[in-house]
Design a protein around this ligand. Sequence first.
Ligand code: SF4
Length: 478
Amino acid sequence: MISLEPISQREGPRDECGVFGVFAPEQDVARLAYFALYALQHRGQESAGIATSQSGHIIALRDLGLVSQVFDEPKLQALAGDVALGHVRYSTTGSSAWENAQPIYRSDRREVALAHNGNLINAVELHSDLREQGVEFRSTSDSEIIAALLSTNEADTIEDAIESVLPRLEGAFSTAVMTKDSLIAFRDGAGLRPLAIGRLGDRYCVASESCAFDIIGAEFLREVQPGEMVSIDARGIESRQVVTGERRAFCVFEHIYFARPDTRLEGRLNQVSRRRMGEVLWREAPVEADLVIAVPDSGNPAAGGYSQASGIPKDDGLIKNRYVARTFIQPGQELRKHGLRMKFNPLPEIVGGKRLVVVDDSVVRGNTTRQIVKMLRDAGASEVHLRISAPPIRHPCHYGVDMSTTQEMIAHGRTIDEVAEELGCDSLAYLSLDGLYEAIDLPRETHCDACFTGDYPLERSDVANGKYALEELAVVQA
Ligand code: SF4
C-alpha cells in the first residue's frame, strides 16, 4: 500500500513558527520577505505566506508547502507594497489545513494581517468570549484569536489596541502585525519565543531569528524585549513597554536546537554555544572511544566540542540525504525497515571496528536514535556510546513546540539506564541542566526549561489546551 505521509526535515522536536516583517517603501518588500522566510524555513515547513499592503489594502498570499513551493516570480511581483509580513508554520495548535496558514488577515473594524510564533494557553477561553460577542472564525489556530481581538478593538490606533489586548493574552507570543501603513511587533511578558529587530539602511525589520537579517543584508540591532511593543512606520521606530512579566523565561531549547547555528540569541552565536555544550558534555560524561561522530546536521557543533575537549578524533560516520522531500511515498511494510536509510546512511569504512561516541542534540521519541544505533552496529561499529547535548525531555511544552504528550517521550518515566536499554546503545549520557546553563553562560532564572524539569514558568500552564483544542471546541459549538 502506498501512503502519503508528511515527515519533518529535522529529527528532533517540531519547531513552532517563523515570523518576519519589514517596512521599506523604496524596496521590493515581498522579495525581502521571501528571502527572509527562506532563512527561517527550519522553523516551519507546513505552510508559508506573505502579506503586503497595496493601494491602501492588505493582500495576503499563503499556502501549504515550503517557501520555494508556495511562491514564484509572478506571485512575488503581484505582492507590491511598502510593508510586508511573512510567516512559515508548523502547526502547534490547529491542524495543518490551509485556513490555518499565516499571515492571518482580518478586517472586522480595522484591517490587520498577523504572523504569530508561540501558543496561547488561554486560547479556549478567549475564543469562547469572542464567539459570544458574535465574532466568527475562519481558522482553528490561536493566532486568529489575537488577530480578531486586534481587528475588533475600538481603540483609535493599532498601538492602543495592542496595549489593551496584550494583557489579556496568556502564554507565548512573538507576534508581528501589519496595517496598511505600519508594522508592529510585540512579545509576551516572559519573552518565551525569540523576536529580533534589524536595520535595513534607514528602515527597520523584525524576524524570529537574526539569520533572516543576514540573508537580506540587514543589520541585527537588538531583541524585542519581553512585554515590549515596537512600532515601525514612515516616522521610524518607536517602543513602548506594555506589560512586565513576573519573570523572564526565554526558551532554552532555542539555544540547544530550534534556532539556526548562525543565529544570535541573547548575545551569543548558537554555533559557539552548541560547541560548548559538547565540551561540557565530555567533562561530565567522558568515555574511552576511537571516534566521535555527529547525528547530522543538528549534532555537528556539539560533536565538534566533544571531540576537541576529549582529543578523540571526529569524522563523518553518517551521511544525511539533504534532499528528502517533506512529503514522500512511504516504502510500505516490506521496505519500511529500510526507510531511515532515505535520511541517514552509515559509512562502514569509517565506523567499522570502532568504539564510537555518537553525539546528538536531543532525543524525544527515540525511534530515529534506536535505528541509528542499530545501523551503526550493522555497519561494524564495535561500541556505540550516545552523548546528548541536552537534558532528558520528560515533560510537555505548552509554549509553541509540538511536544504535548508525555507518552511519546522515551525518557518520561524511565531512568537513563532504561532509556539506554531501549535505544540499544552501550552507554548513554545527557548534558546536565547546570552544564547546559554553563555552556550558554546565562542564568537559569531567566529561562524556561520546563520540558526538562517540569518547572513551568507561567501560571495555568497545565490548562488543557491541546493542539486541536480549538477544533474540538468548534465541533462542540457547531
Ligand atoms: S517547555 Fe521546553 S521547548 Fe517549551 S518553551 Fe520551555 S524550554 Fe522551550
